[in-house]
Design a protein around this ligand. Structure first.
Ligand code: ADP
Length: 486
């Protein structure tokens, strides 16, 4: 009989290969954002448990790094196989705690698993160098070594993939890990630990410390200031990323940050409009607009603005909203009260400053955390939506005339994660791609994420890259060995 998602629910954290109960009654509830129902409880841990997890990771590291890359890869491959085998149950759990439609949740599990597979292979190819020596009787070798214990802190919008994207390259490189998953979605993290244990990771190689919203700063402070942690990898808000970066300076840790985005999505007159409309739907409304690479500012050139707005609005109005576990649903709930409040504020602000509401604009009657898919036209740069990520199902359309204006508007932000544009003019494609100040540029494509390419930002969107061979580089140090007297 295949497992159901209930089989993967754990009410304990995972430290040193043990399922650790909460001390006394320090627990917190995990709720389904579609219904408000409690689906589980997990320990509300703090500094002490984080210190214990770091000690376990430190103890486990010498033996783990000593193994051959192939040996580590075999365990990772077993983990990958188990994740894929149980994709349906893991997806159901992910939908229950996060809200995204089941098909998207399943997509995320497979995408999440892909990092485990990719880095299992990539770990075998962490090559060094030999460099022609400066002396006839000496040789220079350059080798790459695992950086050390890794502290990882992840967000709720991709409860599986953000974890594997960090943990898999760390493990492949020979590091051990202490992970603090987001308080809204710890169950998906613990489900991954259930399968990691079954795959045969030794105790202490993967540790998961759960904590509530209130406990996150204490856990984060230990992870960022403890001398035995050598690297922090964080995905989340720019605000928290800055705190972690500051704290990490106390012990000069290496830091990778995947922070906020404010992605421009530009449609030029030369574009294939139907393709651009489909792209905007995928890019904007995936995960109800709650991804850091979702289109946030949609710039459309004069000549195609009306056609684009009309076609987009027709598709947005037809989106099906509801609980993610129901067949055919395309837009689930937002994650929590704060998420809904932000979206409401952005829409009200835009309308107050002169935007035109052409579709949606209110909370949806499916429940308190649901928001109607929304289109706003006549957007202007003074609006909140222009300046911060909305993180909701709201498409704001800005009109522009010149290519140079579109580029200037797109770059006029402190963020620099993903950017998108649609054109059929080859020279324009190169010109614009080279002018966009972003870590990622997609031309005539709405979805960038894949395990084989480097994901990451510039400016206040962060530093470091995840995925691809660049993703391993963040978890190794370079050692230069000089051999003399030869
Ligand atoms: P979001 O806006 O996506 O919720 P956050 O940056 O608030 O982004 O949260 C991302 C992750 O960072 C979560 O796991 C959260 O618990 C954690 N976090 C929040 N504040 C802190 C903090 N001060 N120190 C460490 N981790 C934190």
């Amino acid at each position: 009989m295949s497992a159901s998602y209930a089989d993967f629910i754990r009410d304990r954290a995972f430290i040193n290969g043990q399922w650790s109960p909460a001390h006394s009654d320090r627990i917190f509830a995990v709720t389904n954002p579609a219904t408000g129902a409690v689906i589980g409880t997990v320990p509300d841990m703090g500094a002490d448990e984080t210190v214990a997890a770091i000690a376990a990771a430190k103890d486990a590291m010498p033996a783990w790094r000593k193994r051959t890359a192939k040996d580590r890869a075999n365990i990772m491959r077993a983990w990958f196989n188990l994740i894929v085998e149980h994709a349906d149950a893991l997806a159901a759990l992910l939908t229950a705690e996060q809200g995204k439609p089941l098909a998207e949740a399943r997509g995320e599990i497979i995408y999440g698993a892909s990092f485990v597979e990719w880095f299992a292979e990539e770990g075998k190819r962490i090559y060094g160098d030999t460099i022609p020596s400066h002396k006839t009787d000496a040789r220079i070798m350059v080798t790459k070594e695992p950086i050390g214990v890794v502290g990882a802190i992840t967000p709720w919008n991709f409860p599986c993939a953000m974890i594997t994207r960090k943990i898999a390259p760390a493990l492949a490189a020979g590091c051990t890990v202490v992970l603090k998953p987001a308080e809204d979605t710890p169950l998906s993290a613990l489900a991954l630990a259930v399968l990691a244990e079954a795959a045969g990771f030794p105790p202490g190689v993967i540790n998961i410390v759960t904590g509530s919203y209130a406990s996150a700063p204490a856990i984060g402070e230990v992870l960022t200031t403890h001398p035995d942690v050598r690297k922090i990898s964080f995905t989340g808000s720019t605000e928290v990323g800055k705190i972690l970066m500051r704290q990490s300076s106390s012990t000069v840790k290496r830091v990778s940050l995947e922070l906020g985005g404010n992605a421009p999505f530009i449609v030029f007159d030369s574009a294939n409009i139907d393709r651009a409309v489909d792209g905007a739907m995928a890019c904007k409304f995936r995960n109800a607009g709650q991804t850091c690479v979702c289109a946030n500012r949609i710039y459309v050139q004069d000549g195609v603005y009306d056609e684009f707005a009309k076609k987009l609005t027709a598709k947005v109005a037809a989106l099906s909203v509801g609980s993610g576990d129901k067949d055919g649903v395309q837009i689930g709930p937002l994650i929590n009260e704060d998420g809904i409040e932000k979206v409401k504020t952005h829409v009200a602000d835009a309308v107050a400053r002169g935007a035109k509401l052409v579709c949606g604009g209110n909370t949806h009657d499916a429940g308190p955390l649901f928001f109607e898919p929304t289109v706003l036209t006549n957007m202007t740069p003074d609006m909140l939506l222009n300046n911060e990520e909305t993180f909701g199902p709201v498409a704001g359309l800005f009109r522009f005339t010149d290519e140079a204006d579109a580029i200037a508007l797109a770059n006029d932000t402190r963020f620099g994660l993903a950017s998108y544009f649609y054109t059929n003019d080859l020279a324009q494609a190169f010109r614009v791609a080279e002018s966009l100040e972003y870590g990622m540029v997609a031309i005539n494509e709405p979805i960038l994420s894949t395990e084989v390419a480097p994901f990451g930002g510039v400016k206040e969107s962060g530093m470091g890259r995840e995925g691809s061979h660049y993703g391993v580089e963040d978890f190794v140090t370079v050692k230069y060995t000089l051999v003399g007297g030869l």
